[in-house]
Design a protein around this ligand. Structure first.
Ligand SMILES: CC(C)(COP(=O)(O)OP(=O)(O)OC[C@H]1O[C@@H](n2cnc3c(N)ncnc32)[C@H](O)[C@@H]1OP(=O)(O)O)[C@@H](O)C(=O)NCCC(=O)NCCS
Length: 166
């Protein structure tokens, strides 16, 4: 197992990541939100078109996580104008979980945040995404707030906000 986590810089890689996102989102959110909402959110936030826009207009960066060269996960982040660093996406394919890769991914996020001169990392997580919440707590995040976000299409995101002090 040789893990690499590198910033995505090509259209080909971004397309590959969008395909992986589609798989992971349908696997991990089934039972948490409706199938219709998963399709809607993948299209709105994780399609190749949506991610391209985030990179160009919204100051996002995406990182590809590879095991022996094979794409198995991805990270999306965005620096805020204040002292915070937004961890927008942290996704690992199911067969790669429980093997220490997630901790390496979070280390990468913290490193990027520090490189951007930030003092805290925050994220939003669905209130019923128990495993992710447990992982974030284990890695030092705490629940600092909660938020319900109207994302259109008749759907809302019902999330905790979790924060990590660097
Ligand atoms: C969230 C995600 C990236 C975490 O990856 P993972 O491989 O499942 O995490 P791991 O099993 O490696 O656990 C990471 C750490 O949390 C700990 N942990 C895992 N489950 C835990 C639990 N139930 N209670 C306490 N600690 C736990 C592990 O011991 C490990 O700690 P360590 O590295 O210090 O030993 C992965 O589950 C995933 O992609 N899930 C689907 C997508 C998702 O929900 N993303 C988050 C959206 S906000």
């Amino acid at each position: 197992m040789a893990i690499t986590i590198k910033k995505i810089g090509s259209d080909t890689e971004l397309k590959e990541t969008a395909q992986l996102a589609d798989i992971i989102w349908h696997e991990c959110f089934t039972g948490i939100i409706s199938e219709g909402q998963i399709d809607y959110m993948v299209d709105k936030f994780q399609s190749y078109k949506a991610m391209t826009k985030q990179l160009i207009d919204q100051d996002y960066s995406y990182f590809a996580v590879r095991d022996d060269g094979e794409l198995c996960g991805y990270i999306g982040v965005r620096p805020e104008k204040d002292s915070r660093f937004f961890l927008s996406k942290l996704y690992l394919r199911k067969d790669k979980r429980g093997s220490g890769i997630a901790s390496q991914m979070l280390e990468k996020v913290f490193e990027e945040a520090r490189d951007n001169g930030k003092s805290e990392v925050y994220l939003t997580v669905n209130k019923h995404n128990d495993h992710a919440i447990d992982v974030y707590k284990k890695k030092g995040f705490t629940v600092t707030d909660e938020v319900v976000t109207d994302i259109g299409g008749g759907y809302v995101m019902d999330d905790y906000i979790m924060t990590y002090e660097l």
